[in-house]
Design a protein around this ligand. Structure first.
Ligand SMILES: Cc1cc2nc3c(=O)[nH]c(=O)nc-3n(C[C@H](O)[C@H](O)[C@H](O)COP(=O)(O)OP(=O)(O)OC[C@H]3O[C@@H](n4cnc5c(N)ncnc54)[C@H](O)[C@@H]3O)c2cc1C
Length: 387
């Protein structure tokens, strides 16, 4: 089959692949996105929902902020709940004026797809059997059922279960893996959020999170076991348990979605092999406690887009050569923060009274010391890029 040609072949139309495509198209660099699923599927996939301050700004600066600013919820604080009390942390005053935007990942994806189609940039849905070839040399190639592409660079943005990371020879990459001994039972419900800001609760019975996607849709989570049997969780039981752990009465409504999300940390290094560059979940995943997954994906492609411009427009490979190291510094800090938040708030199997007292002392410290609260806020709204 005859190949077509592009400068950058992007595998995956999640936040990472779509944002990379958008930034490259804006910079006048040809790119093609190949996505295994249908448009409908990727636009309906409910996942993350908290955008760091700089991500909201990046979306605005690149012409994608209008619907987010209309429909998203700008948040200036979060609360930590423990021992029957709620403590608000004012993220904005603690971080020198920053905030987070609550706007569903699938809404970001919808905006990016709509913009790409309006720009006339190529995006192939339902691309089956995508395979990467010659990634170690200067002319990599991508083939799928029904097409093939010659390119200068491949961006592997195909998530944790994609084909890009395993395309790198096993002896050329190292994986750092940590599986947590619990999971999250998450619901999406048609109900007014009981609080206008997120509440993270550390309770004797386990962690709970009150979050939202809009003024009428709540997103709520309960710590559960990794092999939790959802059939044991009636709607009644879920609402009661949420209310107990969060310590407040919840407006109830129809549960639209219910699922169990595993908690895992993973980092692969390096994030490059020859002309293949990994970005987003293809290279790393974090437990959702720190709300970092989608934000890290955006951070990778921000770095990658600048590096590809320098390489493909100006012939300078320096930024591409430092891509992996640059991203990994931020990724490990996000892993640190996510693991710390997870440890701060969850109940661990075998947690004894001493461990619980330490956890409560740490929660007390974070909510009473400006120095400790500032560190949480700085990480939560998104670390600066030069650190
Ligand atoms: C159930 C769930 C809940 C989550 N909740 C949160 C949360 O509350 N907060 C948070 O911060 N993060 C959360 N995350 C993590 C966050 O959603 C991810 O970090 C984010 O989606 C990463 O974006 P990405 O573009 O790198 O990967 P993805 O969004 O996974 O996108 C990868 C894309 O590649 C496509 N693809 C895969 N294989 C192929 C192939 N062979 N060929 C072509 N295309 C392929 C996939 O279909 C997908 O569209 C959650 C993740 C999951 C799975």
């Amino acid at each position: 089959m005859a190949s077509e040609r592009t400068q950058v072949a992007i595998i995956g139309a999640g936040p990472a692949g779509l944002m990379l495509g958008h930034l490259l198209t804006q910079a006048g660099i040809d790119n093609v996105i190949l996505e295994r699923q249908s448009r409908d599927y990727v636009e309906q996939r409910i996942r993350a929902g908290v955008l760091e301050h700089w991500v909201a700004e990046l979306l605005r600066d690149s012409g994608l902020g209008a619907r987010m600013d209309r429909e998203g919820l700008l948040h200036h604080g979060i609360s930590l709940a423990f021992e029957e009390q709620r403590h608000r942390l004012d993220l904005t005053s603690l971080s020198g004026g920053k905030s987070v935007m609550v706007y569903g990942q699938h809404e970001v994806v919808k905006d990016l797809i709509a913009r790409r189609l309006a720009d006339g940039a190529p995006l192939v849905f339902e691309a089956a059997d995508v395979a990467l070839h010659e990634i170690g040399g200067p002319r990599p190639r991508v083939a799928w059922r029904g097409g093939a592409l010659d390119c200068d660079v491949i961006a592997g943005c195909d998530g944790f279960h994609g084909i890009s990371r395993p395309s790198i020879p096993a002896e050329r990459r190292q994986g750092f893996d940590h599986v947590y001994p619990f999971a999250w039972l998450g619901i999406l419900a048609e109900s007014t959020p009981a609080s206008h800001e997120l509440i993270y609760a550390s309770h004797e019975r386990g962690f709970a999170l009150l979050s939202m996607r809009s003024p009428t849709i709540s997103r709520l989570y309960l710590q559960c076991s990794p092999d939790e049997d959802l059939s044991q969780w009636s709607d009644r039981r879920i609402w009661d348990e949420l209310s107990t752990r969060l310590g407040l009465a919840l407006p109830e409504g129809p549960i639209l979605q219910k699922g169990v999300t595993a908690m895992r940390s993973y980092v692969t290094a390096p994030m490059r092999h020859g002309r293949l560059f990994l970005a987003g979940d293809a290279a790393h995943i974090v437990p959702p406690t720190g709300a970092k997954g989608m934000n890290l994906a955006m951070a990778d492609v921000r770095v990658l887009a600048a590096a590809l411009q320098a390489f493909l427009r100006d012939g300078s490979a320096a930024l591409l050569d430092s891509y992996s190291a640059t991203c990994l510094r931020r990724i490990w800090k996000a892993q640190r923060f996510s693991a710390w938040m997870t440890g701060l708030l969850h109940r661990y199997p075998g947690h004894d009274a001493f461990s619980r007292r330490l956890q409560l002392a740490e929660l007390d410290y974070v909510t009473s010391s400006t120095a400790a609260a500032t560190a949480l806020a700085e990480n939560y709204v998104g670390l600066p890029f030069d650190s």
